[in-house]
Design a binder for this molecule. Structure first.
Ligand SMILES: NC(=O)C1=CN([C@@H]2O[C@H](COP(=O)(O)OP(=O)(O)OC[C@H]3O[C@@H](n4cnc5c(N)ncnc54)[C@H](OP(=O)(O)O)[C@@H]3O)[C@@H](O)[C@H]2O)[C@@H](O)CC1
Ligand SMILES: Nc1ncnc2c1ncn2[C@@H]1O[C@H](COP(=O)(O)OP(=O)(O)O)[C@@H](O)[C@H]1O
Ligand SMILES: [K+]
Length: 544
């Protein structure tokens, strides 16, 4: 798993090392330079006589350093000095009137070129450091940097406060305008130092201009903003550099990472594999209340995903014609009442209007799942999706997992007295998923290009899915998959409700991998994603 620590935690972990004179910046900059050289060599790979690709030479490669006022700029300058000593042509563009002096001296000594930015071509020159430097306007600097082989973005790191201001902001605006997008031809390789400058380091927001990176080299530990949407989509490939920080840091923040991203091995390790003692009831029965005569497909997709994810049994509740469609698609499904270990409520249910009695069934199941019908049934986990989200009129236990997309989350929040629209949720997914968790008590899985899961004291952020997954019915598949995963761990999740978030994050990972597996590199249908789940699980288990 990848653990991301807040800016405060990283600073707290740095403090004792800096006090002891450990050269953290030198370590960081050396590693940064090594990553840049390796990436460049690979991008310049040439075929040898045997046809094998060999790393190309990096001598003479042009490097543009974007340098801000703080230590992030110091990292860039020191890395530039290492690269200049290796024969690369390094130019630093100083976007602040004072920059890290040691870094500047190192780059000067290594033969790097240094120019100071002015706000506009021909404007007044700042005085960076002690020496007067040649100056260049932002437009000219951006044009020159866009012709480099590598741009190293050291404008702002974990010291960023709010949207990037001043010449750094103007430079990034201009570069964003003229550079081809990541992956585009003719684009320099953009390496972000610690974080893409200007992202919300602790919340993944984009308060102002940010230059999308092809690679982010981050020091000590990942930062939350690298994992959280929307910023996570601008980080490119990752590299976490060990500079010797001891994390978790001294009790300042309770010793927990701010955000976690699960990886394949984590999901594989926790996947329950049935043994000789198991039977269908020990593996977990999933109860599905989904679909109406108007929207029967959601019931089919939800039930199919639960079957494909290895539920011991799937019971379906709903109108007869929908039940027939479900059984025709998946004959394993039992269209009758009975005990379940987890519920999936809501896919294909309208929030209002004709519901074929489904809202009543979902309401009763939610009450049972939440333990409000004490004496009749033990509480069990539940997935509350789509139309069933409108049924949340009282606090839930955290073993109830809500699975809204941004629009549904906005509607839920408005129903609970908040003033927010879909775009607001998309701009600040962590904030609003947290708020929904506070308001409802439930674990909240917010769907989107990246998925954020918030439970009691824990936050996960997954980005495992190709964009092709954004298709109708994909959410129904996730609901069924998650229902089966919760049913398999029903008693454990009710006993330890904070674990529901980890199960939800694991479901997002499997869902994304299934979409990866199902897409031919082009459009993918939701049912194909459900059908790909067994292969994904088998692949995860084979690798453990
Ligand atoms: N400590 C160490 O030895 C190590 C540190 N490391 C590195 O240091 C980085 C953290 O360095 P840092 O603390 O100096 O902060 P940093 O991100 O460079 O920016 C602060 C400067 O930016 C300015 N500024 C702030 N917000 C702004 C805005 N919105 N728009 C414009 N300007 C803004 C702010 O100005 P002020 O607000 O004070 O006016 C201040 O001058 C970290 O990410 C890692 O790369 C590694 O080398 C490991 C060892
Ligand atoms: N751009 C994207 N990239 C990857 N996955 C996405 C993207 N957009 C949405 N998804 C995923 O696709 C699914 C869509 O779910 P949802 O919006 O509920 O659709 P539906 O209600 O039609 O089933 C969610 O799991 C979501 O996380
Ligand atoms: K940066």
């Amino acid at each position: 798993m990848i653990q991301a620590w807040s800016a405060d935690d990283v600073r707290a972990a740095e403090e004792p090392l800096l006090a002891a004179g450990v050269p953290l910046m030198q370590r960081a900059a050396f590693a940064l330079a090594a990553v840049v050289r390796r990436d460049l060599a690979r991008r310049r790979a040439v075929a040898g006589p045997d046809g094998e690709l060999r790393d190309g030479s990096v001598r003479g490669a042009r490097v543009a350093l974007l340098v801000g006022a703080g230590n992030n700029g110091g990292d860039a300058l020191h890395a530039g000095a290492f690269l200049a000593r290796r024969g690369l042509a390094v130019t630093a563009y100083l976007a602040a009137s004072r920059v890290h002096e040691g870094g500047l001296a190192a780059l000067d000594a290594a033969g790097g070129r240094v120019v100071a930015l002015t706000a506009a071509d021909g404007g007044a020159a700042p005085q960076p450091g002690a020496a007067r430097r040649p100056t260049v306007g932002v437009t000219t600097a951006a044009a020159a940097a866009s012709g480099a082989d590598v741009i190293i973005d050291g404008l702002l790191g974990i010291g960023a406060q709010g949207p990037m201001r001043g010449m750094g902001g103007a430079l990034v605006d201009e570069l964003s305008r003229i550079l081809p997008p990541p992956g585009g031809t003719g684009r320099p390789w953009v390496v972000a130092v610690d974080v893409p400058s200007g992202v919300g380091v602790d919340d993944g927001t984009l308060p102002g201009p940010v230059l999308p990176a092809d690679r982010t080299v981050t020091f000590g530990a990942a930062k939350p903003g690298l994992l959280l949407p929307p910023a996570t989509h601008l980080t490119g490939a990752g590299a976490v550099i060990d500079i010797g920080l001891a994390l978790p840091p001294a009790a300042r923040t309770g010793g927990r990472p701010a955000v976690v991203r699960l990886e394949d091995a984590d999901v594989a390790a926790a996947w329950p594999v049935p043994g000789p003692q198991d039977h269908k009831y020990t593996r977990g029965v999933v109860g599905v209340v989904a679909g109406t005569t108007t929207y029967p497909g959601a019931a089919v997709l939800t039930a199919a995903a639960a079957v494909r994810a290895g539920a011991g049994m799937v019971r379906y509740q709903g109108p007869d014609d929908v039940a027939r469609a479900v059984v025709a698609a998946r004959p394993e499904v039992v269209p009758a009442d009975g005990r379940v270990q987890a519920w999936v409520l809501g896919p294909g249910l309208p929030a209002d209007g004709v519901d074929d009695g489904q809202r009543g069934r979902a309401r009763a199941a939610l009450a049972a799942a939440s333990g409000l019908l004490a004496g009749t049934q033990d509480p069990v986990p539940a997935v509350v999706d789509a139309g069933a989200l409108a049924l949340l009129d009282r606090p839930c236990p955290a073993w109830v997992v809500l699975t809204p997309h941004a629009g549904e989350l906005a509607a839920l929040l408005v129903a609970h007295g908040e003033d927010v629209e879909r775009v607001g949720v998309e701009a600040e997914p962590l904030r609003w998923a947290r708020r929904a968790h506070e308001l409802t008590g439930a674990t909240v899985l917010l769907k989107g290009g990246a998925t954020v899961v918030v439970g009691p004291g824990v936050t996960y952020a997954q980005a495992d899915a190709p964009g092709w997954l954004a298709t109708a019915g994909a959410g129904d598949v996730l609901a069924g998959l998650l229902g089966a995963m919760l049913a398999a761990r029903s008693a454990e999740v009710v006993a330890h409700p904070e674990r529901a978030a980890a199960v939800a994050a694991a479901a997002a990972l499997v869902h994304g991998r299934a979409a990866e597996r199902a897409t031919p590199g082009g459009p993918v249908a939701a049912l194909a994603v459900a059908d790909a789940i067994p292969g994904v699980v088998a692949g995860l288990l084979a690798a453990r």
